[in-house]
Design a protein around this ligand. Structure first.
Ligand code: 5GP
Ligand code: ZN
Length: 133
């Protein structure tokens, strides 16, 4: 994708604070961090979102996320870690090249990752369970 900024970053055409890279991924610091150590995992090949992502890469991405999260957590001595991945504008995606966010969390620092809990409606439960039956 010639106009995709994360393709350019992942493939080294645009410089980034790179923590790790291999044949498939580049791991960079987010330029607008939600917390100290906010990191992004970018595949080097373009997929707009998780639905387009190759199965093998999807598996590798999660294994890599585990490795990077552990290293960040030990190095930064954070108290927790959110691993978040947005698909679609309504879900907060702003760059349409698949990426995973690793967001270190620190006790007492509210960075606003939260949602309001509703009650599970019977009709919704039935509709959704039918999708998998
Ligand atoms: P999304 O909202 O799509 O899940 O996440 C996009 C993330 O990419 C945001 O956290 C944003 O700060 C980060 N970002 C956008 N442009 C750049 C860039 O040019 N360089 C880096 N390092 N991060 C970027
Ligand atoms: Zn791309």
């Amino acid at each position: 994708m010639s106009d995709c900024i994360f393709c350019k970053i992942a493939n080294g055409e645009i410089p980034s604070a790179t923590l790790f890279q291999d044949d498939d991924f580049r791991v960079i610091l987010d330029v607008g961090p939600a917390s100290k150590g906010h990191t992004l995992i970018l595949p080097k090949s373009h997929a707009a979102n998780i639905y387009e992502l190759d199965d093998e890469l999807a598996g590798k991405a999660f294994i890599l996320a585990k490795k990077i999260a552990r290293k960040l957590s030990e190095g930064l001595k954070c108290d927790g870690m959110n691993i978040i991945q947005n698909n679609g504008q309504s879900a907060g995606q702003t760059v349409f090249h698949f990426h995973m966010h690793l967001i270190p969390r620190y006790e007492g620092q509210d960075i606003g990752i939260e949602w309001h809990h509703a009650e599970l409606k019977q009709e919704d439960k039935e509709e959704i369970m039918k999708l998998f039956s």
